[in-house]
Design a protein around this ligand. Sequence first.
Ligand code: AMP
Length: 441
Amino acid sequence: MSFETLGLSSPLLRALADLGYTQPTEIQQQAIPHVLEGRDVLAGAQTGTGKTAAFALPLLQRLAAGTPAQSKRPRALVLTPTRELAAQVQESVREYGKQLRIRSTTVFGGVGMMPQVEALRRGVDILVATPGRLIDHLGQGTIDLSQVEVLVLDEADRMLDMGFLPAIRRILAKLPTKRQSLLFSATFAEPIRELAQQFLNDPVEIQVETRNSTVAMIEHVVYPVESARKRDLLLHVLSEDSRRQTLVFSRTKHGADRLVRQLEAAGHRAAAIHGNKSQGARTKALGDFKSGRITTLVATDIAARGIDIDQLPTVINFDLPMVAEDYVHRIGRTGRNGSTGHAISLVSQDEAGQLRDIHRLIGREIPQQTVPGFEPAQALRLGGPLPRPAGSARPQQRRGSSGRPGGGRPGGGRPGSGGTAKPSSPSASQPRRAQGGERAR
Ligand code: AMP
């Protein structure tokens, strides 16, 4: 199959020839005709599959046929999780569209606002943006999304991992309902399905072979425990394999510091990162953790943003976050680059409400396992059955999910019905994956 047979126009074909692209990739073959037709698309494809061209080429063709954008009113919006991806996508848009009169720009944080305001004022057809900075522009009235004809959510799963769901909702509320929407994601876990159900209109579903090297398995488990015994349980879990790199989340800065003192007193090499630490101290702690000089890093949610450590096997939630989205963000730190990650949460009865919120957000219950010697006086009570997310079916039964164990309620597991676990030996417990394994990035 060639790019010509996909129905692309000659200015685009010339640009592709200049770039040396001879054959469309699988995602391009599957997606381009549908996008050109104006259909909504839900596409399972990762970086490296050629997904950017799969949406950028038909997008450029569609926009080239219409009238140029007015001041502050982009005609297409591409949302990406990171600045780097936004810059990369816009660079591709620029290259593919170099024979067309289509203007594009990026909007992301960490750089000055004014050049972005100026570019938006002059008028751009395609805006590539990260959610946070785009919301800033919306707040300041420097952008108007009412003329957006096409929306692309790129690496949507990563955006959810990074806690952008509320921001995405706010942005989507500003878009016209009559539009074309395209959602690209490496995985089709339940939150992505929900997003697609809410924001796509009768989408065509496409799934191309994923490269397993970048898709990881995260095993989630809850250890019920009395709150007064959490510290001992943490020490117990860590002592099972003191060489393993573990990121521990604490809700408060004070709690993080106290934990580090206790860990050090017990002979662990640990450090804390949180908002009261200087940038120098944070950089040092992170460097020491990455080099293996310390094995346990205790972090608060804010300080952990942006921590990207390959092969981080274990995340332990010493306390559950107040905001459920932060759970997803926390566990997004593990199980990267094809490795299996373990997300262990130490949960006391006073956190039952937070655990319920997390279950609601991720669309399933995390299996519970009691640790011998740390059983709470009473089984963890979550207060009633977990409502299934609206309109959801069991993910295993959905088409296009490539048979991955995408979640669902763990094998009839009711709160308190989980097995008994040896703590911190999750790698030895393969059956647990069948219960609670979830593919995530
Ligand atoms: P992406 O998955 O969009 O990040 O693309 C991965 C890389 O593949 C990028 O460097 C693209 O320039 C390149 N690429 C995309 N489509 C093609 C194609 N049809 N032929 C050759 N290279 C491509």
